[in-house]
Design a protein around this ligand. Structure first.
Ligand SMILES: C[S@@+](CC[C@H](N)C(=O)[O-])C[C@H]1O[C@@H](n2cnc3c(N)ncnc32)[C@H](O)[C@@H]1O
Length: 327
């Protein structure tokens, strides 16, 4: 599919946006490589769909499309093969009353403050020893146990998301590296300090999200995320969505399975990284199974290409390639 004839519209560039501009409401709950600039998503959704339409993202990542759909009054559904991504998406798309979060956080804080120094976690994995010292593992295991006891599923997912986002800082994973590289000179963050800080940042943003959702009367707009393989997905019926906004994986640029191994191991999504990698599109291990270039169009040098193919009033497909603002 050649797109050479399409004139580049620089108003889609958003190159002036800084992290502070793109991290509004829940967008910055968790780092995620190559996530959408939310302003692009928001504008696509506003332009190419109507209130009440269903927007779909088959490679949903950390759920930018679903969050923006909700904010714009659209129902949404998403797929991602990565359970860490779907956990983050759930946390980001679910408005939770701030009092519920505050209550659960007060209990977690108490749990942290009464940490017994001789505590030994029963969560064991050789790969955890590779990334974390024992003292850190014990604190993380103790904290995770308390989060897993939170009865309200939505609140529990919110704090799993906070937990997941501190793991890199608490490990010897090289700072700012998107490859699994150890840095033996790094001083890992203390899990208690890091978690309290992360939870406080997220609770503030969650409060704004809840208020904004209430103000826009979108609290109950449906956002559904499935942990599933986009190559082989039967739960999305033909003609069942009005708009697709997606950004497929860049071939071999990001090994999402490797990148999220800390969260996947701690949260029990896998104990076998080789198996975990198998179904991801665009990884070195799955090359050849799926031609992502077919979706990505053909020019990675320009900031945005968007093509809309409107076959009928009910069905439109839109694929977009953009420069990533990964964090
Ligand atoms: C470029 S990222 C999408 C980021 C997303 N636009 C966002 O804003 O967070 C591509 C996503 O495709 C997912 N993925 C890879 N293989 C997949 C598959 N077979 N089925 C569904 N999702 C897959 C990866 O886990 C990754 O989250």
């Amino acid at each position: 599919m050649s797109m050479a004839h399409i004139k580049i519209d620089e108003t889609w560039s958003f190159s002036d946006k800084k992290r502070a501009d793109t991290g509004y409401l829940t967008h910055d709950f968790h780092r995620y490589p190559a996530k959408f600039i939310p302003q692009i998503d928001g504008r696509l959704i506003e332009t190419y769909s109507n209130q009440g339409d269903i927007v779909m993202d088959p490679f949903a990542g950390c759920g930018t499309t679903l969050v923006e759909s909700k904010l714009n009054g659209r129902k949404s559904s998403g797929l991602d093969i990565n359970p860490v991504a779907t956990m983050i998406t759930k946390a980001k798309t679910t408005p939770i009353h701030p009092d519920k979060l505050a209550k659960a956080f007060a209990r977690l804080t108490k749990h942290i403050e009464t940490y017994p120094n001789n505590y030994k976690t029963d969560i064991q994995h050789a790969r955890l020893d590779f990334w974390f010292d024992k003292k850190t593992q014990n604190k993380l295991g103790h904290l995770l146990k308390a989060i897993s006891r939170i009865r309200d599923k939505q609140v529990r997912t919110f704090f799993y998301c906070a937990f997941s986002n501190i793991l890199k800082n608490c490990s010897i994973w090289m700072q700012k590296s998107n490859k699994p590289t150890r840095d033996f000179n790094k001083i890992p963050a203390d899990p208690h300090v890091a978690f309290k800080r992360q939870a406080n940042i997220m609770m503030k943003k969650a409060k704004d999200f809840y208020r904004e959702a209430a103000r826009r009367d979108i609290l109950d707009i449906e956002s559904v995320i499935h942990c599933a393989d986009a190559k082989n997905c039967h739960m999305i019926g033909d003609e069942s969505v009005d708009l697709i906004v997606t950004s497929p994986p860049y071939v071999t640029s990001y090994e999402y399975a490797d990148l999220h191994q800390l969260s996947a191991l701690w949260l029990g999504y896998t104990d076998d990284l080789k198996d975990f990698r198998k179904h991801f599109v665009g990884t070195a291990s799955s090359q050849g199974e799926f031609d992502a270039s077919e979706l990505n169009a053909d020019d990675p040098t320009t900031k945005t290409h968007a093509e809309k193919q409107k076959d009928s009033a009910k069905c439109c497909r839109l694929f977009c390639r953009y420069e990533s603002n990964y964090q």
